[in-house]
Design a protein around this ligand. Structure first.
Ligand SMILES: Cc1ncc(COP(=O)(O)O)c(C=O)c1O
Length: 382
Protein backbone atom coordinates (compact mmCIF):
# COMPACT_ATOMS: atom_id res chain seq x y z
CA UNK A 1 0.00 0.00 0.00
CA UNK A 2 1.28 3.48 -0.73
CA UNK A 3 0.01 6.48 1.10
CA UNK A 4 -0.97 8.94 -1.60
CA UNK A 5 0.75 12.30 -1.59
CA UNK A 6 -2.26 13.70 -3.44
CA UNK A 7 -5.21 12.00 -1.72
CA UNK A 8 -7.71 14.53 -3.04
CA UNK A 9 -6.80 14.21 -6.69
CA UNK A 10 -9.06 12.02 -8.81
CA UNK A 11 -10.25 12.04 -12.41
CA UNK A 12 -10.69 15.63 -13.51
CA UNK A 13 -14.08 17.02 -14.40
CA UNK A 14 -12.70 17.74 -17.90
CA UNK A 15 -12.19 14.02 -18.53
CA UNK A 16 -15.54 13.16 -16.95
CA UNK A 17 -17.50 15.69 -19.01
CA UNK A 18 -15.71 14.88 -22.26
CA UNK A 19 -16.50 11.17 -21.71
CA UNK A 20 -20.13 11.96 -20.95
CA UNK A 21 -20.29 14.18 -24.06
CA UNK A 22 -18.97 11.31 -26.20
CA UNK A 23 -21.40 8.78 -24.65
CA UNK A 24 -24.37 11.13 -25.10
CA UNK A 25 -23.40 12.32 -28.57
CA UNK A 26 -23.40 15.86 -27.17
CA UNK A 27 -21.61 18.88 -28.62
CA UNK A 28 -18.57 19.22 -26.43
CA UNK A 29 -18.17 22.77 -25.15
CA UNK A 30 -16.68 21.48 -21.91
CA UNK A 31 -12.93 21.03 -22.20
CA UNK A 32 -10.95 24.07 -23.39
CA UNK A 33 -9.60 23.24 -26.80
CA UNK A 34 -10.43 24.32 -30.36
CA UNK A 35 -12.33 22.02 -32.71
CA UNK A 36 -10.36 23.60 -35.58
CA UNK A 37 -6.71 23.33 -36.49
CA UNK A 38 -3.80 25.68 -36.03
CA UNK A 39 -2.45 27.62 -39.04
CA UNK A 40 -1.51 25.43 -42.00
CA UNK A 41 1.93 27.04 -42.41
CA UNK A 42 2.69 26.23 -38.78
CA UNK A 43 1.67 22.59 -39.13
CA UNK A 44 3.61 22.22 -42.39
CA UNK A 45 6.69 23.65 -40.70
CA UNK A 46 6.64 20.80 -38.16
CA UNK A 47 6.76 18.24 -40.97
CA UNK A 48 9.57 20.13 -42.66
CA UNK A 49 11.65 20.24 -39.50
CA UNK A 50 11.05 16.59 -38.70
CA UNK A 51 12.22 15.67 -42.21
CA UNK A 52 15.20 18.04 -41.94
CA UNK A 53 16.47 16.04 -38.99
CA UNK A 54 15.55 18.37 -36.16
CA UNK A 55 14.68 15.44 -33.94
CA UNK A 56 17.21 15.39 -31.12
CA UNK A 57 17.18 17.16 -27.76
CA UNK A 58 16.67 20.91 -27.83
CA UNK A 59 18.76 23.07 -25.48
CA UNK A 60 17.45 22.86 -21.91
CA UNK A 61 16.26 26.48 -21.92
CA UNK A 62 14.64 26.21 -25.35
CA UNK A 63 15.70 26.75 -28.94
CA UNK A 64 17.47 30.13 -29.29
CA UNK A 65 15.44 30.97 -32.41
CA UNK A 66 12.19 30.55 -30.46
CA UNK A 67 13.41 32.40 -27.37
CA UNK A 68 14.40 35.24 -29.68
CA UNK A 69 10.89 35.36 -31.14
CA UNK A 70 9.33 35.31 -27.67
CA UNK A 71 11.55 38.20 -26.57
CA UNK A 72 10.65 40.14 -29.73
CA UNK A 73 6.94 39.57 -29.14
CA UNK A 74 7.19 40.71 -25.54
CA UNK A 75 8.95 43.89 -26.66
CA UNK A 76 6.21 44.51 -29.24
CA UNK A 77 3.26 43.67 -27.00
CA UNK A 78 4.37 44.99 -23.61
CA UNK A 79 7.35 47.28 -24.25
CA UNK A 80 9.70 45.20 -22.10
CA UNK A 81 13.15 44.18 -23.32
CA UNK A 82 13.79 40.75 -21.82
CA UNK A 83 17.08 38.92 -22.23
CA UNK A 84 16.32 35.77 -24.25
CA UNK A 85 19.18 33.85 -22.62
CA UNK A 86 18.67 34.61 -18.95
CA UNK A 87 14.93 35.38 -18.78
CA UNK A 88 13.05 33.20 -21.30
CA UNK A 89 12.59 29.43 -20.84
CA UNK A 90 10.60 27.23 -23.24
CA UNK A 91 8.67 24.47 -21.46
CA UNK A 92 6.48 21.51 -22.39
CA UNK A 93 3.28 23.45 -21.76
CA UNK A 94 2.38 26.19 -19.31
CA UNK A 95 1.54 23.45 -16.81
CA UNK A 96 5.18 22.34 -16.61
CA UNK A 97 6.30 25.96 -16.24
CA UNK A 98 3.88 26.47 -13.35
CA UNK A 99 4.95 23.21 -11.72
CA UNK A 100 8.65 24.09 -11.96
CA UNK A 101 8.11 27.66 -10.74
CA UNK A 102 6.28 26.30 -7.69
CA UNK A 103 9.04 23.75 -7.02
CA UNK A 104 11.60 26.54 -7.31
CA UNK A 105 9.91 28.73 -4.72
CA UNK A 106 7.81 26.74 -2.28
CA UNK A 107 9.27 24.99 0.74
CA UNK A 108 7.50 22.72 3.25
CA UNK A 109 5.25 24.86 5.44
CA UNK A 110 5.00 27.74 2.95
CA UNK A 111 1.62 29.17 2.04
CA UNK A 112 0.52 29.93 -1.48
CA UNK A 113 -2.48 32.17 -2.08
CA UNK A 114 -4.76 31.06 -4.89
CA UNK A 115 -7.81 33.01 -6.00
CA UNK A 116 -10.85 30.76 -6.36
CA UNK A 117 -12.20 29.67 -8.76
CA UNK A 118 -8.74 28.62 -9.93
CA UNK A 119 -7.09 26.37 -12.50
CA UNK A 120 -6.78 22.82 -11.26
CA UNK A 121 -3.03 22.28 -11.59
CA UNK A 122 -2.03 24.89 -8.99
CA UNK A 123 -2.90 23.06 -5.81
CA UNK A 124 -1.30 19.67 -6.61
CA UNK A 125 1.91 21.49 -7.63
CA UNK A 126 1.96 23.32 -4.30
CA UNK A 127 1.17 20.16 -2.31
CA UNK A 128 3.95 18.17 -3.99
CA UNK A 129 6.36 20.95 -2.97
CA UNK A 130 5.17 20.56 0.64
CA UNK A 131 3.29 23.85 0.66
CA UNK A 132 -0.32 24.66 1.48
CA UNK A 133 -2.81 26.59 -0.62
CA UNK A 134 -4.75 29.38 1.05
CA UNK A 135 -7.91 29.86 -1.02
CA UNK A 136 -9.24 33.39 -1.37
CA UNK A 137 -12.50 33.60 -3.32
CA UNK A 138 -12.87 36.22 -6.03
CA UNK A 139 -15.78 38.60 -5.48
CA UNK A 140 -19.05 37.81 -7.26
CA UNK A 141 -20.63 38.63 -9.62
CA UNK A 142 -17.66 39.97 -11.61
CA UNK A 143 -14.85 37.74 -10.25
CA UNK A 144 -12.76 40.72 -9.21
CA UNK A 145 -10.13 40.55 -6.47
CA UNK A 146 -11.58 40.95 -2.97
CA UNK A 147 -8.83 43.17 -1.58
CA UNK A 148 -9.83 42.87 2.04
CA UNK A 149 -9.86 39.08 1.91
CA UNK A 150 -6.58 39.01 0.02
CA UNK A 151 -4.93 41.35 2.54
CA UNK A 152 -6.26 39.19 5.38
CA UNK A 153 -4.75 36.07 3.79
CA UNK A 154 -1.25 37.52 3.50
CA UNK A 155 0.91 36.49 6.44
CA UNK A 156 4.46 35.61 7.47
CA UNK A 157 4.25 32.19 5.78
CA UNK A 158 3.00 33.54 2.45
CA UNK A 159 5.58 32.71 -0.19
CA UNK A 160 3.67 33.03 -3.41
CA UNK A 161 0.48 34.42 -4.94
CA UNK A 162 -0.94 32.78 -8.06
CA UNK A 163 -2.56 35.20 -10.51
CA UNK A 164 -4.48 34.23 -13.61
CA UNK A 165 -5.54 36.88 -16.11
CA UNK A 166 -7.40 36.57 -18.45
CA UNK A 167 -9.09 34.25 -16.00
CA UNK A 168 -10.22 30.68 -16.52
CA UNK A 169 -13.11 29.95 -15.89
CA UNK A 170 -14.70 33.42 -15.56
CA UNK A 171 -13.14 35.33 -18.48
CA UNK A 172 -12.44 38.26 -16.11
CA UNK A 173 -9.36 40.47 -16.45
CA UNK A 174 -7.05 41.98 -13.87
CA UNK A 175 -6.55 45.67 -14.67
CA UNK A 176 -3.36 47.71 -14.51
CA UNK A 177 -4.80 49.57 -11.49
CA UNK A 178 -5.31 46.23 -9.72
CA UNK A 179 -1.71 45.23 -10.46
CA UNK A 180 -0.65 48.53 -8.85
CA UNK A 181 -2.81 47.72 -5.84
CA UNK A 182 -1.24 44.26 -5.58
CA UNK A 183 2.26 45.76 -5.78
CA UNK A 184 1.37 48.07 -2.90
CA UNK A 185 -0.06 45.17 -0.88
CA UNK A 186 3.05 42.97 -1.08
CA UNK A 187 5.68 45.73 -1.04
CA UNK A 188 8.19 44.94 1.70
CA UNK A 189 7.18 41.25 1.95
CA UNK A 190 9.22 38.32 0.66
CA UNK A 191 6.37 37.21 -1.60
CA UNK A 192 6.63 36.09 -5.22
CA UNK A 193 4.09 35.81 -8.03
CA UNK A 194 3.22 33.33 -10.71
CA UNK A 195 1.25 35.20 -13.37
CA UNK A 196 -0.60 32.65 -15.45
CA UNK A 197 -1.23 34.60 -18.66
CA UNK A 198 -1.89 31.73 -21.05
CA UNK A 199 -4.85 33.64 -22.53
CA UNK A 200 -2.85 36.88 -22.88
CA UNK A 201 -3.92 37.42 -26.50
CA UNK A 202 -7.60 36.54 -26.00
CA UNK A 203 -8.92 39.89 -24.78
CA UNK A 204 -11.97 41.59 -26.27
CA UNK A 205 -13.87 44.83 -26.81
CA UNK A 206 -10.73 46.86 -27.49
CA UNK A 207 -9.31 46.32 -23.99
CA UNK A 208 -5.54 45.75 -23.62
CA UNK A 209 -4.26 42.89 -21.47
CA UNK A 210 -2.47 44.27 -18.39
CA UNK A 211 0.52 41.93 -18.30
CA UNK A 212 2.78 41.58 -15.30
CA UNK A 213 5.55 41.82 -17.93
CA UNK A 214 4.64 45.48 -18.34
CA UNK A 215 4.72 46.12 -14.58
CA UNK A 216 8.23 46.99 -13.45
CA UNK A 217 7.76 46.37 -9.75
CA UNK A 218 5.77 43.14 -10.00
CA UNK A 219 7.92 41.64 -12.76
CA UNK A 220 10.95 41.87 -10.44
CA UNK A 221 9.35 39.08 -8.35
CA UNK A 222 7.34 37.17 -10.94
CA UNK A 223 7.22 34.18 -13.20
CA UNK A 224 5.04 35.06 -16.18
CA UNK A 225 3.71 31.99 -17.96
CA UNK A 226 2.18 31.64 -21.43
CA UNK A 227 1.13 28.85 -23.78
CA UNK A 228 1.69 28.49 -27.52
CA UNK A 229 -1.11 25.93 -27.37
CA UNK A 230 -3.69 28.64 -26.68
CA UNK A 231 -2.20 31.29 -28.95
CA UNK A 232 -1.74 29.05 -32.03
CA UNK A 233 -4.75 26.72 -31.58
CA UNK A 234 -2.51 23.70 -30.92
CA UNK A 235 -3.23 22.70 -27.30
CA UNK A 236 -2.02 19.15 -28.01
CA UNK A 237 1.49 20.39 -28.66
CA UNK A 238 1.85 21.19 -24.94
CA UNK A 239 4.44 23.88 -25.58
CA UNK A 240 4.68 27.06 -23.54
CA UNK A 241 7.16 29.40 -21.96
CA UNK A 242 7.97 31.25 -18.77
CA UNK A 243 9.61 34.63 -18.46
CA UNK A 244 11.25 35.75 -15.22
CA UNK A 245 14.18 37.87 -14.03
CA UNK A 246 17.54 36.04 -14.29
CA UNK A 247 17.81 34.78 -10.71
CA UNK A 248 14.26 33.44 -10.69
CA UNK A 249 14.76 31.87 -14.14
CA UNK A 250 17.95 30.17 -12.94
CA UNK A 251 16.09 28.57 -10.01
CA UNK A 252 13.19 27.43 -12.20
CA UNK A 253 15.61 25.88 -14.67
CA UNK A 254 17.08 23.71 -11.94
CA UNK A 255 13.66 22.06 -11.60
CA UNK A 256 12.79 22.09 -15.31
CA UNK A 257 16.12 20.41 -16.08
CA UNK A 258 15.07 17.33 -14.11
CA UNK A 259 11.35 17.29 -14.79
CA UNK A 260 11.56 17.15 -18.59
CA UNK A 261 14.93 18.75 -19.46
CA UNK A 262 13.56 20.39 -22.64
CA UNK A 263 10.58 20.89 -24.92
CA UNK A 264 9.98 19.08 -28.20
CA UNK A 265 12.52 20.14 -30.84
CA UNK A 266 10.61 20.21 -34.16
CA UNK A 267 7.66 22.00 -32.54
CA UNK A 268 9.99 24.70 -31.27
CA UNK A 269 11.53 25.14 -34.73
CA UNK A 270 8.10 25.39 -36.33
CA UNK A 271 6.86 27.95 -33.80
CA UNK A 272 10.02 30.04 -34.28
CA UNK A 273 9.54 30.04 -38.08
CA UNK A 274 5.87 30.90 -37.81
CA UNK A 275 6.31 33.68 -35.28
CA UNK A 276 9.01 35.26 -37.47
CA UNK A 277 6.89 35.00 -40.64
CA UNK A 278 3.53 35.99 -39.10
CA UNK A 279 4.08 38.29 -36.14
CA UNK A 280 0.62 39.74 -36.79
CA UNK A 281 -1.04 36.44 -35.75
CA UNK A 282 -1.34 37.57 -32.13
CA UNK A 283 -2.85 40.92 -33.14
CA UNK A 284 -5.56 39.16 -35.13
CA UNK A 285 -6.59 36.84 -32.28
CA UNK A 286 -8.89 39.24 -30.38
CA UNK A 287 -11.11 39.85 -33.43
CA UNK A 288 -11.01 36.16 -34.36
CA UNK A 289 -12.24 34.99 -30.96
CA UNK A 290 -14.52 37.95 -30.29
CA UNK A 291 -16.48 37.01 -33.41
CA UNK A 292 -16.91 33.50 -31.99
CA UNK A 293 -17.91 34.82 -28.58
CA UNK A 294 -20.50 37.12 -30.14
CA UNK A 295 -21.90 34.49 -32.47
CA UNK A 296 -22.49 32.23 -29.48
CA UNK A 297 -23.68 34.97 -27.12
CA UNK A 298 -26.06 36.68 -29.57
CA UNK A 299 -28.03 33.47 -29.82
CA UNK A 300 -27.69 32.62 -26.13
CA UNK A 301 -29.08 36.06 -25.27
CA UNK A 302 -32.45 34.87 -26.60
CA UNK A 303 -32.43 31.86 -24.26
CA UNK A 304 -33.25 31.66 -20.56
CA UNK A 305 -29.56 31.69 -19.62
CA UNK A 306 -28.25 35.01 -18.33
CA UNK A 307 -24.66 36.18 -18.66
CA UNK A 308 -22.17 39.00 -19.08
CA UNK A 309 -19.97 38.56 -22.13
CA UNK A 310 -16.48 37.24 -21.33
CA UNK A 311 -13.88 40.00 -21.33
CA UNK A 312 -11.14 37.49 -22.14
CA UNK A 313 -10.28 33.76 -22.63
CA UNK A 314 -12.36 31.45 -24.80
CA UNK A 315 -14.81 30.63 -22.03
CA UNK A 316 -18.31 32.00 -21.48
CA UNK A 317 -20.06 31.61 -18.15
CA UNK A 318 -23.84 31.39 -18.07
CA UNK A 319 -26.26 31.56 -15.16
CA UNK A 320 -29.04 28.98 -15.30
CA UNK A 321 -31.07 30.15 -12.26
CA UNK A 322 -34.09 30.82 -14.46
CA UNK A 323 -34.03 27.29 -15.89
CA UNK A 324 -33.22 24.70 -13.22
CA UNK A 325 -32.60 26.47 -9.89
CA UNK A 326 -33.19 23.10 -8.22
CA UNK A 327 -29.97 21.63 -9.68
CA UNK A 328 -26.46 22.27 -8.44
CA UNK A 329 -24.00 23.01 -11.23
CA UNK A 330 -22.58 19.47 -11.50
CA UNK A 331 -26.09 18.06 -11.90
CA UNK A 332 -26.94 20.86 -14.33
CA UNK A 333 -23.90 20.13 -16.50
CA UNK A 334 -24.84 16.43 -16.60
CA UNK A 335 -28.48 17.23 -17.36
CA UNK A 336 -27.56 19.63 -20.17
CA UNK A 337 -25.20 17.07 -21.67
CA UNK A 338 -27.60 14.12 -21.46
CA UNK A 339 -30.93 15.81 -22.13
CA UNK A 340 -29.99 18.73 -24.38
CA UNK A 341 -26.80 17.54 -26.08
CA UNK A 342 -24.42 20.30 -25.01
CA UNK A 343 -21.56 19.52 -22.62
CA UNK A 344 -20.19 22.22 -20.33
CA UNK A 345 -18.18 22.50 -17.11
CA UNK A 346 -19.66 23.23 -13.67
CA UNK A 347 -17.57 25.93 -12.07
CA UNK A 348 -17.86 24.71 -8.48
CA UNK A 349 -15.01 22.29 -9.29
CA UNK A 350 -12.63 25.26 -9.50
CA UNK A 351 -13.37 26.13 -5.86
CA UNK A 352 -12.22 24.76 -2.53
CA UNK A 353 -15.54 25.94 -1.04
CA UNK A 354 -18.01 26.92 -3.76
CA UNK A 355 -20.59 29.59 -2.85
CA UNK A 356 -23.82 27.80 -1.92
CA UNK A 357 -26.04 29.53 -4.46
CA UNK A 358 -23.69 29.26 -7.43
CA UNK A 359 -25.69 28.54 -10.57
CA UNK A 360 -23.03 28.98 -13.25
CA UNK A 361 -21.68 26.71 -15.97
CA UNK A 362 -18.80 27.33 -18.39
CA UNK A 363 -18.98 26.93 -22.17
CA UNK A 364 -15.87 26.91 -24.38
CA UNK A 365 -16.36 28.95 -27.56
CA UNK A 366 -13.09 27.96 -29.25
CA UNK A 367 -15.20 26.14 -31.83
CA UNK A 368 -16.10 26.38 -35.50
CA UNK A 369 -19.06 28.58 -36.41
CA UNK A 370 -21.33 25.65 -37.20
CA UNK A 371 -20.51 24.01 -33.85
CA UNK A 372 -21.32 27.23 -31.99
CA UNK A 373 -24.55 27.79 -33.94
CA UNK A 374 -25.74 24.26 -33.33
CA UNK A 375 -24.85 24.39 -29.63
CA UNK A 376 -26.51 27.78 -29.13
CA UNK A 377 -29.64 26.54 -30.92
CA UNK A 378 -29.85 23.61 -28.52
CA UNK A 379 -29.32 25.89 -25.51
CA UNK A 380 -32.02 28.22 -26.82
CA UNK A 381 -34.47 25.36 -26.50
CA UNK A 382 -33.60 24.59 -22.87
C1 LIG B 1 -5.45 29.01 -16.72
C2 LIG B 1 -4.67 27.95 -17.41
N1 LIG B 1 -3.37 27.79 -17.11
C3 LIG B 1 -2.62 26.85 -17.70
C4 LIG B 1 -3.14 26.01 -18.66
C5 LIG B 1 -2.27 24.95 -19.25
O1 LIG B 1 -1.65 25.30 -20.45
P1 LIG B 1 -0.79 24.20 -21.25
O2 LIG B 1 -1.74 23.35 -22.01
O3 LIG B 1 0.13 25.00 -22.14
O4 LIG B 1 -0.02 23.41 -20.24
C6 LIG B 1 -4.49 26.13 -19.01
C7 LIG B 1 -5.09 25.22 -19.99
O5 LIG B 1 -6.28 25.03 -20.04
C8 LIG B 1 -5.27 27.14 -18.37
O6 LIG B 1 -6.57 27.29 -18.66
Amino acid sequence: MIQSKLPNVGTTIFTTMSQLAAQSGAINLSQGFPDFDGPQALREAVGRHVMAGHNQYAPMTGLPALREQVAAKIARSYGRQVDMDSEVTITPGATEAIFCAVQALVRPGDEVIVLDPCYDSYEPSVELAGGRCVHVPLALPDFSIDWQRLADAVGPRTRLIMLNSPHNPSGALISRAELDQLAALIRGFDIYLIADEVYEHLVYDGVCHASVLAHEELYARAYVVSSFGKTYHVTGWKTGYVVAPPLLSAELRKAHQFVTFCGITPLQWALADYMAAYPEHVDELPAFYQAKRDLFCDRLAESRFTFTRAAGTYFQLADYSAIRPDLDDVAMAEWLTREHGVACIPISVFYQQPPADLRLVRFCFAKREETLRQAADRLYGV
